[in-house]
Design a protein around this ligand. Structure first.
Ligand SMILES: Cc1cc2nc3c(=O)[nH]c(=O)nc-3n(C[C@H](O)[C@H](O)[C@H](O)COP(=O)(O)O)c2cc1C
Length: 173
């Protein structure tokens, strides 16, 4: 299947990057078409709530930035993977901007193909995931009705055990 993974960490060798890489490699080996975006290296601005996309724009966002590269891949995507560090008890702002911009592509209706979602989070301390979990449950499982393929967390340095759990999820999709 086609999978879009959005890495919302700016640190190329950080914990989120390691979780992302474990998934990309294992899912690729399992024969999936994985498209990775390192969103911190992209120019993606926040949603302006102008509603152009839900009127004259007919689903197209009025802003002209790198989000259009992501929109192009979302059109026939089967699975979304949202990966981010926890910043101030929520996902990083860079990934939040991308998710807010889903407004033109996934609201009020997501592509028919989109069925699965997973989230990878990295934090400094334990039990920092309530905000991200609320969004995952409410927006992705609840509103979009996607099937949960796993909510993976790492407090501190990501362990081999967590990376293996991610690899196992990718292999068994
Ligand atoms: C701006 C900022 C805010 C952070 N806020 C939190 C936080 O609220 N709770 C926490 O446990 N860790 C927090 N951290 C620590 C990171 O979540 C942690 O270092 C994480 O492993 C970074 O992910 P990365 O290795 O993928 O970059 C924060 C780090 C930064 C830079």
């Amino acid at each position: 299947m086609k999978i879009v993974i959005l890495n919302g960490s700016p640190r190329p060798n950080g914990n989120t990057a390691k979780m992302t890489e474990a998934f990309v490699t294992a899912a690729g080996e399992a024969g999936h078409n994985v498209v990775r975006f390192d969103v911190c290296r992209m120019d993606v601005r926040g949603c302006m709530a102008c509603e152009y996309c839900h009127g004259e724009g007919e689903g197209t966002c009025v802003q002209n930035d790198d989000m259009h590269a992501i929109y192009a891949e979302l059109a026939d995507v089967d699975m979304l993977v949202l990966a981010a560090p926890i910043y101030y008890h929520g996902i990083s702002g860079q990934l939040k901007c991308v998710i807010d911009r889903f407004y033109s592509a996934l609201y009020p209706k997501a592509p028919e193909s989109l069925r699965y979602v997973s989230m990878f989070l990295s934090s400094g301390d334990k039990d920092q995931y309530t905000g991200a979990r609320f969004s995952f449950d409410g927006d992705f499982l609840g509103y979009l009705g996607l099937e949960d393929k796993g909510f993976f967390t790492s407090a501190g340095e990501v362990t081999e055990e967590t990376l293996d759990e991610i690899r196992e999820m990718a292999r068994t999709l």
